[in-house]
Design a protein around this ligand. Structure first.
Ligand code: SF4
Ligand code: SF4
Length: 282
């Protein structure tokens, strides 16, 4: 069994507790306009071309058997490039390859309370592989987290719940109209799944709310999200300010990045206070 994965990052501190290894699955069924991992959206491997590194030597063209026209991802141009201006993003991994990477840091997970996080893209779209690798992690006593946007059939959650310790669950907005505007998809299934997960899952759930300047950063929207999740069994909520660190990847993929505002830290602080007040029963 194989999955298309575009990165495996060791020593991560941002995707759950402790020191973690984060496995990024390629392919996503949402199209968030502020996505900071645009290379995760399409499941197939893609060439990324970093124009600023290119010295126009032409070695990629000389190496390409297809005259740089119908790319079959052979990778010859990436090996030929002397300056790292071209790379293939995403390749197939077997279960044992991924497990081997995860287990390299097992000692650090044990001392820090960390583990592995499966992210993306939407890792739950490659559900059979995900179920299998989660089982293997469980057998090896590694703490497991699944980072999801939740726009997935409920049956998929049932498959992986027994082998998952923590869900990191994105809630981008409560208003359905706003959600469609920002992601091209309704959030009805996402909110329904979150409610079911809160009722049926025995492990932890952390909600993650990306705050995007000029999109969902108004008090009314944050109040609506908070009102909804207040009734759920949630371990924690994280408010994640939008950042522009992924913009260069849009250019490398030949895509156009939409410009959103990076929220002012004072505004984030104020929204966190609004959130806390509601949680505490304002
Ligand atoms: S990956 Fe292979 S086919 Fe694609 S552009 Fe590079 S050399 Fe050509
Ligand atoms: S081989 Fe690399 S540096 Fe040379 S032209 Fe191709 S992309 Fe640019």
């Amino acid at each position: 069994m194989k999955a298309i994965i575009f990165d495996i990052q060791r020593s991560s501190f941002v995707d759950g507790p402790g020191i973690r290894t984060t496995v990024f699955f390629k392919g996503c069924n949402l199209r968030c306009k502020w996505c900071h991992n645009p290379e995760s959206q399409i499941i197939k491997p893609q060439i990324m071309f970093y124009k600023s590194k290119c010295i126009s030597c032409g070695k990629c063209r000389e190496a390409c058997p297809n005259n740089m026209e119908k790319c079959d991802m052979c990778g010859k141009c990436t090996y030929a490039c002397p300056n790292g201006a071209r790379r293939i993003c995403g390749r197939e991994y077997t279960i044992s390859e991924v497990l081997k990477e995860i287990l390299k840091d097992k000692a650090f997970y044990e001392t820090s309370g960390g583990g592995v996080t499966f992210s993306g893209g939407e890792c739950m779209l490659q559900i059979d592989f995900l179920e299998e690798i989660l089982k293997k992690c469980k057998e090896n006593k590694v703490h497991t987290a699944v980072d999801t946007a939740g726009c997935i059939p409920w049956e998929y959650f049932l498959k992986i719940m027994p082998y998952t310790n923590l869900f990191l669950y994105d809630v981008k907005c409560f208003s359905d109209k706003l959600h469609i505007l920002g992601t091209n998809y309704s959030n009805k299934l996402i909110l329904e799944n979150l409610k079911k997960l809160s009722d049926e899952f025995l492990g932890d759930i952390i909600i993650r709310i990306p705050v995007i300047g000029g999109f969902n950063d108004d008090t009314a929207e944050i109040r609506k999200i908070c009102g909804f999740i207040k009734s759920l069994r949630i371990k924690n909520t994280e408010i994640l300010p939008y950042h522009k660190m992924g913009e260069y990847k849009y250019e490398a993929l030949g895509m156009k990045a939409l410009k959103y505002k990076v929220p002012d830290p004072k505004e984030i602080k104020r929204l966190k206070e609004v959130f806390c007040n509601i949680q505490q029963g304002e």
